[in-house]
Design a protein around this ligand. Structure first.
Ligand code: PMV
Length: 389
């Protein structure tokens, strides 16, 4: 008995850092994925790649267990295997992809009890932006709606049990808990839904609106409105080439650096606003399928990111190397190291140029499938015995 799910990594087309100040940002799912496979085992201890799991070293799995797999409700111990081709800790969303894929596998391995009422289907368990009596950010009742659970009628299985809103919300909560309470929902939503995801401080258009996410941070509540742009027309003719500098630079340090720069010189907020304007122009170009203009907006965004001090000479070298064969290129994610991304119609040429300049290169189609269950006909491993947890 084995259940496997996978989710893609992501890169950011426009708006990193400025999104922290409420400006719009766009992320796109990449071809590289993480696969999580689970199997029930005897005993109390979980295993990861065959050795006993230490929850302190794996905060993502610890939080997932709390949200979806409480021992006290009868959940069995699990053996977990993880494989994939997303480089870790390089700004490509590997931890969000892991969290989203693992939440999909755990949900499929638990199923979802529902009631079919005249008004439609009602969940007896689960997390959703439309449900207020369960909370993925505290995980206090392991997703069970006690009154409804007592009357449960039908169990959804396999793909029918999965929900993108739920997996992305769990992914965001798990990321926030692993990162000391600070995480935007950009990674988790892009890894769950795939395609192209737009984040803003306001609803940009009703057509592609997904949901709102909120997170209480030490310095106040953050609110994001998320939209799913799918894969805009013409997206099948362009490619992303990701160049990895191999330089490690923690996201939190780069975010703190920008915060300090703005605090020291408040007039630099103009630069953040300019990134927002560039992002808006890029979004319009994307919607129109004008990838030349998308590339120009990316390159302009890079100029602003350099000005903010979050690029580095390794990133600049790779961006410069990619430029002649691409439509646009910029760092992706927090910067200071990690990866850059180029939008190109000549992926092989751009990839060669990046390698010649000392980077590792990955080629990806533009906009890829989100999370998916690799074992769609699976049976649940267990169902919660308690209705009042
Ligand atoms: O380095 P990444 O992929 O985690 O991206 C960070 C993006 C920032 O805008 C710098 C921070 C954020 O929370 O959005």
């Amino acid at each position: 008995m084995n259940i496997e799910a996978s989710a893609p990594g992501k890169c950011i087309l426009f708006g990193e850092h400025a999104v922290v100040f409420g400006q719009p940002a766009v992320a796109v799912a990449i071809e590289q994925r993480i696969h999580v496979s689970i199997q029930p085992i005897e005993g109390e201890d979980w295993t990861l790649e065959g050795t006993k799991l230490n929850p302190r070293k794996h905060p993502h799995l610890k939080m997932l267990r709390r949200l979806l797999w409480p021992r006290k409700d009868g959940a069995p111990a699990l053996s977990i295997e993880i494989h994939g081709d997303i480089p870790r800790a390089s700004g490509l969303g590997s931890s969000a992809a892991l969290s989203v894929a693992a939440s999909a596998a755990l949900r499929a391995a638990r199923g979802r009890w529902v009631i079919e009422s005249e008004q439609g289907r009602v969940w007896a368990e689960g997390y959703s932006s439309e449900i207020e009596d369960t909370d993925a950010y505290t995980g206090e009742n392991s997703g069970i709606r006690a009154d409804i659970y007592a009357k449960k009628e039908r169990q959804l299985l396999g793909n029918e049990a999965l929900d993108l809103d739920e997996c992305s919300m769990i992914g965001h909560s798990v990321e926030a808990s692993a990162q000391g309470g600070r995480a935007s929902p950009m990674d988790a939503s892009t890894c769950a839904h795939g395609g192209v995801i737009l984040l803003s401080d306001q609803i940009e258009s009703d057509n592609d609106y997904l949901y709102q996410r909120q997170l209480e941070m030490s310095d106040g509540m953050r609110t994001w409105e998320l939209h799913d742009l799918g894969v805009p027309k013409g997206g099948e003719e362009v490619y992303l080439v990701i160049g990895n500098t191999g330089v490690h630079a923690p996201t939190a340090d780069q975010v703190a650096k920008v915060a300090k720069a703005i605090q020291d010189e408040p007039e630099r907020m103009k630069e953040i606003e300019t990134i927002g304007l560039i992002a808006r122009r890029g979004i319009e170009a994307l919607k129109n399928g004008d990838y030349e203009a998308v590339g120009r907006a990316m390159t302009e965004n890079q100029v602003m990111l350099r000005g903010l001090g979050v690029s580095c000479h390794e990133l600049d070298d790779l961006v410069r190397a990619a430029a002649p064969s691409s439509l646009g290129a910029k760092l992706t994610g927090a910067g200071g190291g990690g990866c850059m991304v180029a939008l190109t119609r000549n992926p092989e040429m751009t990839s060669e140029a990046i390698k010649n300049a000392g980077g590792k290169a990955l080629i990806s189609k533009f906009g890829n499938q989100g999370m998916r269950l690799e074992t769609p006909d699976c049976e649940p491993f267990w169902s919660p015995q308690s209705s009042s947890s």
